[in-house]
Ligand binder design. Structure first.
Ligand SMILES: CC(C)(COP(=O)(O)OP(=O)(O)OC[C@H]1O[C@@H](n2cnc3c(N)ncnc32)[C@H](O)[C@@H]1OP(=O)(O)O)[C@@H](O)C(=O)NCCC(=O)NCCS
Length: 183
């Protein structure tokens, strides 16, 4: 095997069967590996049916971005493709919010500090920017909630220009709301 490289891309809707499988595996691995980072739990989602997983990502109200490791075999030209990171943006309608909302951010521990988290969010911000041109500032905002103690995530979001959203209370007092305007 040679030439390992990363690709970052949004899942196309309607989703394929293969994408449903890959997404559910990646999400469950994230919940199992970093339970402290999420509001949902592995126990809660491990019983999801295939149709539940499909319904989650098979909608234009959710933009799910994937980071994939591609390793090509120099002699056979075969390529092994492994999903290693994800983040999703929910529309304001889906999130029942004035703004777009970033959820489900996770990168596999073996692939961290390679810029994938940043690339995943940048693709999400660009999607928000393109679909909200000329709209109100609330709609152009991408917001998220992060645990106060999650220094890695807070550093990543800070690098991308996210700042604390005032006058907003997270349901969970252990979290803080951050936002960036997708300009
Ligand atoms: C947070 C997380 C997504 C970061 O993913 P990543 O791919 O490692 O992030 P990147 O490589 O794009 O990092 C970009 C920048 O963010 C900052 N950063 C990321 N991880 C950091 C860490 N552990 N410590 C300090 N700064 C960090 C750095 O400034 C980094 O730039 P640098 O590597 O050039 O110094 C990853 O650690 C993760 O999946 N954690 C568990 C799940 C989680 O916390 N999700 C967020 C829920 S709100």
């Amino acid at each position: 095997m040679s030439n390992p490289r990363y690709e970052v891309f949004p899942i196309s809707v309607p989703v394929s069967d293969e994408d449903v499988t890959n997404y559910s595996r990646l999400r469950l691995l994230g919940l199992k590996t970093n339970p402290e980072a999420f509001g949902s739990t592995f126990a809660g989602e491990s019983t999801n049916t295939r149709e539940t997983w499909r319904a989650r990502i098979d909608t234009k109200e959710r933009f799910t971005v994937i980071a994939r490791l591609v390793t090509e075999d120099g002699s056979t030209k075969d390529a092994r493709k492994e999903w290693v990171g994800t983040a999703s943006v929910l529309t304001p309608e889906m999130a029942r919010s004035a703004s777009h909302v970033l959820v489900g951010m996770w990168v596999h521990p073996e692939h961290r500090r390679k810029g994938l988290g940043k690339r995943l969010i940048e693709v999400g911000i660009e999607w928000v920017r393109a679909r909200t041109e000329g709209m109100t500032v609330e709609r152009r905002q991408l917001m998220l909630e992060v645990h106060r103690g999650n220094d890695a995530a807070k550093a990543l979001y800070g690098d991308l220009g996210f700042v604390e959203l005032k006058d907003f209370e997270c349901h969970d007092a252990g979290r803080i709301p951050l936002f960036v305007v997708a300009n």
